[in-house]
Design a binder for this molecule. Structure first.
Ligand code: SF4
Ligand code: SF4
Length: 313
């Protein structure tokens, strides 16, 4: 069996006779691009002649809230939602959200594609001391691979960032998803081009290719070995786990509209408004790098960077 075949959702041929749709569930948190993935997939399926139903919940998304979308396509689709245990493919843009939705995946044959990016929900940070337990799932990539035969965890954000297109992590995952479905590559690229801003088409196509290449060259044993002993960790945990690791805040003044949200929600009270009504970091020593401000800013004006001694060496 080739790697390409390994990644494919196991949809029995005879099921088409019974007009069983293919079910793809896309999950993540606000601001990650869950809806973009599901719209591209729904639009592509429709263009290729399938009947499609798509449903989504993003009303609570703000930045950092849960978002999910069901996409069902096939010769005939009657319901817009995927029953528990019936998803052929689960695409997770955030690790804990992926774990939370695993019961929706077909237990024996479902394919799990997940970004290892970890976003700690704002209200999981109840203990404000450094090194505190964030109440985040501890399952590692090998733990999940042991439970789900067809599981593929990749650092999509890392891949996109290395390519200089950090915001295209969702397109990296679309590339990975494309290896699990029998749709022509050029058709994927054409639909993606319709859904991204014109200036970013080239970057998004590169991100798509990177995700697809990652999937096509996937080797389970090597992957398992790479992840053994490693944990999927949040930036805050990284900051706390090794001496000499620091976090810094980058606030894009032009994008800050002075809404006050980051200041109100920062657990350490280290942000304030300056005289121009722009958020500033007033107490860097107290900042734990928890990223709550980054995830809640509606204008994407804050980026939290973490830096290790090795990075700065
Ligand atoms: S400034 Fe941002 S990253 Fe730092 S502690 Fe406050 S919310 Fe967390
Ligand atoms: S940085 Fe973002 S959340 Fe903070 S005040 Fe400015 S716009 Fe609001």
């Amino acid at each position: 069996m080739t790697e390409r075949e390994t990644l494919k959702a196991d949809v029995p041929a005879e099921s088409l006779v019974h007009q069983r749709p293919t079910n793809v569930l896309v999950v993540g948190v606000g601001g990650q691009g869950v809806i973009m993935i599901s719209k591209v997939l729904a639009s592509l399926s429709k263009e290729l002649g399938h009947q499609v139903k798509q449903s989504e919940v993003h009303g609570m998304a703000k930045r950092g809230g849960a978002v999910f979308s069901h996409v069902r396509f096939g010769p005939a689709v009657f319901s817009p939602t995927i029953p528990e245990g019936e998803a052929d493919i689960l695409v997770a843009l955030e690790w804990a959200e992926g774990l939370r939705w695993l019961p929706h995946l077909k237990q024996d044959s479902g394919t799990f594609i997940a970004d290892t990016q970890q976003i700690v929900p704002p209200f999981a940070c109840r203990n404000r001391s450094r090194g505190a337990d964030l109440g985040y799932p501890r399952e590692t990539v090998p733990d999940v691979m042991e439970k789900i035969a067809n599981s593929f965890a990749l650092d999509a954000v890392g891949i996109a960032t290395e390519m200089g297109v950090a915001k295209a992590a969702n397109t990296v995952l679309l590339g990975t998803l494309s290896a699990a479905l029998d749709f022509p590559v050029e058709a994927w690229k054409s639909v993606i081009s319709e859904f991204v801003p014109p200036k970013t088409i080239e970057a998004n196509i590169r991100a798509f290719d990177a995700g697809r290449d990652w999937a096509l060259s996937f080797d389970r044993q090597t992957h398992l070995k790479d992840w053994t002993g490693r944990t999927v960790r949040s930036p805050a945990e990284v900051v706390d786990s090794a001496a000499g690791i620091t976090s810094t805040l980058e606030i894009t003044e032009e994008w800050c509209k002075g809404c006050d949200i980051c200041i109100k929600f920062c657990p350490e009270r280290c942000l304030a408004m300056d005289a121009r009504q722009i958020a500033i970091l007033v107490d860097p020593d107290r900042c734990t790098g928890c990223r709550i401000c980054e995830w809640l800013c509606p204008d994407l004006a804050i980026t939290v960077h973490t830096q290790t001694n090795t990075d700065s060496a």
